[in-house]
Write a protein that binds this ligand. Sequence first.
Ligand code: ADP
Length: 205
Amino acid sequence: MILDIVKNHGPITGEHIAERLSLSRATLRPDLAILTMSGFLDARPRVGYFYSGKDGNRLIKEEIERKCVKDYKAQPIIIKESNSVYDGICTLFLEDVGTLFVVNNSGHLAGVVSRKDLLRAALGNKNLEDIPISIIMTRMPNIVTCTLEESLLEAARKLIHNQIDSLPVVKPVSFNGKTAYEVVGRVTKTTITKGYVELGNEVTV
Ligand code: ADP
Protein backbone atom coordinates (compact mmCIF):
# COMPACT_ATOMS: atom_id res chain seq x y z
CA MET A 1 0.00 0.00 0.00
CA ILE A 2 2.87 2.35 0.78
CA LEU A 3 4.39 1.72 -2.65
CA ASP A 4 1.06 2.42 -4.35
CA ILE A 5 0.67 5.69 -2.47
CA VAL A 6 4.20 6.83 -3.33
CA LYS A 7 3.82 5.73 -6.97
CA ASN A 8 0.63 7.76 -7.32
CA HIS A 9 1.37 10.76 -5.11
CA GLY A 10 5.16 11.03 -4.83
CA PRO A 11 7.07 13.00 -3.84
CA ILE A 12 5.17 12.67 -0.60
CA THR A 13 6.27 13.09 3.02
CA GLY A 14 6.13 10.31 5.60
CA GLU A 15 3.55 12.35 7.46
CA HIS A 16 1.21 12.39 4.45
CA ILE A 17 1.67 8.68 3.74
CA ALA A 18 0.79 8.00 7.39
CA GLU A 19 -2.33 10.18 7.11
CA ARG A 20 -3.54 8.31 4.04
CA LEU A 21 -3.17 5.01 5.89
CA SER A 22 -4.68 6.38 9.12
CA LEU A 23 -1.50 5.43 10.96
CA SER A 24 0.97 7.38 13.02
CA ARG A 25 4.29 8.45 11.50
CA ALA A 26 6.08 6.39 14.16
CA THR A 27 4.23 3.20 13.17
CA LEU A 28 5.23 3.70 9.57
CA ARG A 29 8.88 4.52 10.21
CA PRO A 30 10.29 0.91 10.10
CA ASP A 31 8.36 0.14 6.90
CA LEU A 32 9.66 3.26 5.19
CA ALA A 33 13.19 2.44 6.36
CA ILE A 34 12.99 -1.08 4.86
CA LEU A 35 11.55 0.14 1.56
CA THR A 36 14.25 2.79 1.31
CA MET A 37 17.12 0.48 2.28
CA SER A 38 16.02 -2.20 -0.18
CA GLY A 39 15.92 0.39 -2.97
CA PHE A 40 12.20 0.55 -3.77
CA LEU A 41 11.90 4.12 -2.49
CA ASP A 42 14.24 7.09 -2.64
CA ALA A 43 14.04 9.61 0.21
CA ARG A 44 15.02 13.27 -0.10
CA PRO A 45 15.19 15.48 2.99
CA ARG A 46 12.43 18.09 3.16
CA VAL A 47 10.87 16.80 -0.09
CA GLY A 48 9.69 13.30 0.74
CA TYR A 49 9.62 9.83 -0.76
CA PHE A 50 9.86 8.97 -4.47
CA TYR A 51 9.24 5.65 -6.14
CA SER A 52 12.65 4.49 -7.44
CA GLY A 53 11.14 2.71 -10.44
CA LYS A 54 13.23 -0.39 -9.70
CA ASP A 55 11.45 -3.69 -9.39
CA GLY A 56 12.59 -6.70 -7.36
CA ASN A 57 14.41 -8.38 -10.28
CA ARG A 58 16.40 -5.25 -11.05
CA LEU A 59 17.41 -4.90 -7.39
CA ILE A 60 18.51 -8.55 -7.18
CA LYS A 61 20.54 -8.08 -10.38
CA GLU A 62 22.29 -5.05 -8.88
CA GLU A 63 22.97 -7.05 -5.72
CA ILE A 64 24.52 -9.88 -7.78
CA GLU A 65 26.67 -7.49 -9.81
CA ARG A 66 27.97 -5.84 -6.63
CA LYS A 67 29.63 -9.08 -5.50
CA CYS A 68 33.30 -8.79 -6.29
CA VAL A 69 36.07 -11.38 -6.78
CA LYS A 70 38.30 -9.68 -4.17
CA ASP A 71 35.73 -10.28 -1.40
CA TYR A 72 35.24 -13.99 -2.14
CA LYS A 73 38.52 -15.32 -3.58
CA ALA A 74 40.28 -18.24 -1.88
CA GLN A 75 44.01 -18.81 -1.33
CA PRO A 76 45.72 -19.95 -4.54
CA ILE A 77 47.58 -23.25 -4.30
CA ILE A 78 50.77 -22.84 -6.26
CA ILE A 79 53.42 -25.21 -7.53
CA LYS A 80 56.64 -24.50 -9.42
CA GLU A 81 57.12 -25.36 -13.08
CA SER A 82 60.17 -27.46 -12.15
CA ASN A 83 58.18 -29.63 -9.69
CA SER A 84 57.19 -33.13 -10.77
CA VAL A 85 53.79 -34.65 -11.52
CA TYR A 86 54.30 -36.66 -8.30
CA ASP A 87 54.72 -33.38 -6.32
CA GLY A 88 51.58 -32.09 -8.00
CA ILE A 89 49.50 -35.11 -6.93
CA CYS A 90 50.78 -34.82 -3.32
CA THR A 91 50.01 -31.07 -3.23
CA LEU A 92 46.53 -31.68 -4.64
CA PHE A 93 45.76 -34.12 -1.81
CA LEU A 94 47.50 -32.21 0.98
CA GLU A 95 45.85 -28.90 0.10
CA ASP A 96 42.50 -30.50 -0.68
CA VAL A 97 41.98 -28.66 -3.97
CA GLY A 98 41.07 -29.68 -7.52
CA THR A 99 43.38 -27.36 -9.45
CA LEU A 100 46.95 -26.14 -9.02
CA PHE A 101 48.43 -22.98 -10.48
CA VAL A 102 51.94 -23.32 -11.86
CA VAL A 103 54.47 -20.48 -11.63
CA ASN A 104 57.79 -20.00 -13.43
CA ASN A 105 61.16 -19.08 -11.88
CA SER A 106 60.11 -15.43 -11.55
CA GLY A 107 57.00 -16.44 -9.64
CA HIS A 108 54.61 -15.49 -12.45
CA LEU A 109 51.70 -17.55 -13.77
CA ALA A 110 52.90 -20.16 -16.28
CA GLY A 111 50.10 -22.74 -16.29
CA VAL A 112 47.25 -24.63 -14.68
CA VAL A 113 46.99 -28.31 -13.75
CA SER A 114 43.66 -29.94 -13.00
CA ARG A 115 43.01 -33.23 -11.25
CA LYS A 116 42.23 -34.92 -14.56
CA ASP A 117 45.49 -33.64 -16.08
CA LEU A 118 47.27 -35.39 -13.19
CA LEU A 119 45.18 -38.56 -13.49
CA ARG A 120 45.88 -38.72 -17.21
CA ALA A 121 49.62 -38.33 -16.60
CA ALA A 122 49.51 -41.03 -13.92
CA LEU A 123 47.91 -43.57 -16.27
CA GLY A 124 50.64 -45.69 -17.78
CA ASN A 125 53.49 -43.59 -16.45
CA LYS A 126 55.49 -45.21 -13.66
CA ASN A 127 58.08 -42.57 -12.93
CA LEU A 128 55.91 -39.64 -11.98
CA GLU A 129 58.81 -38.07 -10.05
CA ASP A 130 60.68 -37.70 -13.35
CA ILE A 131 57.93 -35.92 -15.29
CA PRO A 132 57.98 -32.13 -14.82
CA ILE A 133 54.55 -30.62 -14.23
CA SER A 134 55.27 -28.13 -17.04
CA ILE A 135 54.90 -30.96 -19.59
CA ILE A 136 51.31 -31.72 -18.67
CA MET A 137 49.98 -28.27 -17.66
CA THR A 138 47.73 -26.07 -19.74
CA ARG A 139 50.03 -23.14 -20.39
CA MET A 140 49.99 -19.42 -20.90
CA PRO A 141 48.67 -17.63 -22.92
CA ASN A 142 45.76 -20.10 -22.90
CA ILE A 143 44.90 -19.59 -19.24
CA VAL A 144 41.56 -18.03 -18.44
CA THR A 145 42.05 -15.61 -15.54
CA CYS A 146 40.13 -12.99 -13.59
CA THR A 147 41.13 -9.88 -11.65
CA LEU A 148 40.38 -8.70 -8.12
CA GLU A 149 38.01 -5.99 -9.32
CA GLU A 150 35.95 -8.26 -11.57
CA SER A 151 32.44 -9.21 -10.49
CA LEU A 152 31.79 -12.71 -9.22
CA LEU A 153 29.13 -12.98 -11.93
CA GLU A 154 31.71 -12.32 -14.67
CA ALA A 155 34.04 -14.94 -13.12
CA ALA A 156 31.15 -17.46 -13.00
CA ARG A 157 30.43 -16.78 -16.68
CA LYS A 158 34.08 -17.56 -17.53
CA LEU A 159 33.91 -20.87 -15.63
CA ILE A 160 30.74 -21.91 -17.43
CA HIS A 161 31.77 -20.66 -20.87
CA ASN A 162 35.18 -22.40 -20.75
CA GLN A 163 33.91 -25.52 -18.96
CA ILE A 164 36.56 -25.29 -16.26
CA ASP A 165 36.45 -25.55 -12.46
CA SER A 166 38.84 -22.84 -11.41
CA LEU A 167 40.29 -19.43 -12.34
CA PRO A 168 43.50 -17.89 -11.07
CA VAL A 169 42.95 -14.36 -9.76
CA VAL A 170 45.83 -12.35 -11.24
CA LYS A 171 47.51 -8.99 -10.93
CA PRO A 172 49.25 -7.84 -14.14
CA VAL A 173 52.82 -6.62 -13.59
CA SER A 174 55.44 -5.33 -15.95
CA PHE A 175 58.38 -7.75 -16.23
CA ASN A 176 61.30 -7.35 -18.64
CA GLY A 177 59.18 -5.07 -20.80
CA LYS A 178 56.33 -7.58 -21.00
CA THR A 179 53.16 -8.15 -19.03
CA ALA A 180 53.39 -11.00 -16.52
CA TYR A 181 50.81 -12.12 -13.99
CA GLU A 182 51.14 -12.56 -10.24
CA VAL A 183 48.71 -15.08 -8.80
CA VAL A 184 46.83 -13.47 -5.90
CA GLY A 185 43.85 -15.76 -5.47
CA ARG A 186 41.61 -18.52 -6.72
CA VAL A 187 37.98 -18.55 -7.83
CA THR A 188 36.33 -21.98 -8.02
CA LYS A 189 32.81 -23.31 -8.31
CA THR A 190 32.80 -23.39 -4.49
CA THR A 191 33.57 -19.66 -4.40
CA ILE A 192 30.61 -18.99 -6.67
CA THR A 193 28.36 -21.24 -4.58
CA LYS A 194 29.34 -19.28 -1.45
CA GLY A 195 28.34 -16.02 -3.12
CA TYR A 196 25.07 -17.59 -4.23
CA VAL A 197 24.20 -18.84 -0.74
CA GLU A 198 25.08 -15.48 0.78
CA LEU A 199 22.85 -13.76 -1.73
CA GLY A 200 19.99 -16.08 -0.82
CA ASN A 201 20.50 -15.25 2.85
CA GLU A 202 20.70 -11.50 2.42
CA VAL A 203 18.23 -10.57 -0.32
CA THR A 204 15.09 -9.25 1.31
CA VAL A 205 13.34 -7.69 -1.66
P1 ADP B 1 39.17 -31.41 -14.58
O1 ADP B 1 40.07 -31.62 -15.78
O2 ADP B 1 39.74 -32.05 -13.35
O3 ADP B 1 37.74 -31.77 -14.84
P2 ADP B 1 38.83 -28.62 -15.28
O4 ADP B 1 37.49 -28.86 -15.92
O5 ADP B 1 39.00 -27.38 -14.48
O6 ADP B 1 39.21 -29.83 -14.31
O7 ADP B 1 39.94 -28.63 -16.39
C1 ADP B 1 39.74 -29.04 -17.72
C2 ADP B 1 40.97 -28.70 -18.55
O8 ADP B 1 41.09 -27.28 -18.64
C3 ADP B 1 42.28 -29.20 -17.97
O9 ADP B 1 43.11 -29.69 -18.99
C4 ADP B 1 42.92 -27.98 -17.31
O10 ADP B 1 44.34 -27.95 -17.40
C5 ADP B 1 42.33 -26.83 -18.11
N1 ADP B 1 42.06 -25.65 -17.26
C6 ADP B 1 41.63 -25.64 -15.98
N2 ADP B 1 41.49 -24.37 -15.52
C7 ADP B 1 41.86 -23.57 -16.55
C8 ADP B 1 41.95 -22.14 -16.73
N3 ADP B 1 41.63 -21.29 -15.74
N4 ADP B 1 42.35 -21.68 -17.92
C9 ADP B 1 42.67 -22.52 -18.94
N5 ADP B 1 42.62 -23.86 -18.84
C10 ADP B 1 42.22 -24.39 -17.67
